[in-house]
Design a protein around this ligand. Sequence first.
Ligand SMILES: Cc1ncc(COP(=O)(O)O)c(C=O)c1O
Length: 421
Amino acid sequence: MTDTVGAYRTAVNPLRCDVIEELDWPSSYTGAEGAYVTADGDQRYLDMIAEFGAAVLGHRHPRVVRALSDALHGGSPFIVPIGVPALAGELAQRLCELAGGRIERAYFCTGGSEAVENAMKFAVAASGGRSEFVSFEGGYHGLTPGPLALAGHDYWRTPLPGWSPPGRHRVPFGDVAAVERVLAGREVAAVLVEPVQGIGGARPWPDDALRSLAERCAAHGTLLICDEVLTGLGRTGSWFAFQQAGIDPDIVVTSKALSGGVVPVAAVLMSRAVHESVYASPAAATVHSSTFEGHLLGMAAGLAVLEVLAEQDLLARAASLGERLRSGLEELKGARAVTGVRGRGLLLAFQVAGIDAPDDPDGAGTCMDLLMSRGVLVYQAAHDPTWLKLTPPLTLTDAQADEFLGAVRDSLADLSAYHED
Ligand SMILES: Cc1ncc(COP(=O)(O)O)c(C=O)c1O
């Protein structure tokens, strides 16, 4: 049998293996079904991470598995060099309907970073060649060069110290006046915003601030790109999180939930005007493309996920279950070590006080380990590891939500012993 970890250590990333070993985290997964994963033999975990939020229907949802099996065994090629890929038009139409407003076209690719990279290219074209961008502290848009330059935290530039492409402006989270100052003095192609920051720790933009951001962009001829790689397709209780503020962005990027995490796929959704700035004439009809664009498996999974989300009314479920979890966590505030709860729908985070200093992430880290020892997986928000982040499947049951809350309660009780030592 292959030594999964040994091979990974040899040929992929030895340091990652060292860290996992030192922290005594599970390393080798053998099962994933519904809201649970199994690792290192028979250790079962309630998975409140759910593939970084991609497993929106839980692991191996039968409808998605069936759609993929049909596509695998069906007649169409997976990639279509001459002609149009099967199912891509249907999925694009559906996504554009769901996004609404001015969104009329979709471009498909294979992951969040690539989608943001593409959105930046479309924005430069649509703004008549402007090349500057604004993004926000705490934001995260991926790690290929385009999105990396817009990261809201310097950690991600560790391998490239001092690397900073010109014309990239990072402004404080939620500070529309600061955006206005940049837009007034520069030729900015687009502002990139996560309506609810994910890696920033489930931090939502206030609706009125998002509306005034959209207004300022429109006033300066700057495009607004909503990065919904994590929030898109139901997680926050609406199809897209921007819809809760009633804004009408030029470009929307979405990925994780699109295939339920089963196939790497992403979509750049955009207005007709943005699209036509790239595909400007018949001679330029294929000027932007990629080998895996519209890959059959991604399209099949996407259509199945959208059907299940709608049929099972999982957007409403995300909202109501989010409230149940939020109020359960709120009850643990105060005497316990929980110092904050925030987020929207099923993108939530709770903050845990440090053991010796209130803002030390060791409290959250210890709480994460205590939860793991009780068979529950959560993760620390990379940009502020005092927050523990939750991105569970939208199919989580009430009983599973209560199982999670019970484990948090018990872990916090254990943690209080550390605080008292
Ligand atoms: C908001 C947001 N944008 C972009 C990305 C990058 O996506 P990927 O990791 O698929 O490249 C992520 C990934 O977590 C994300 O959360």
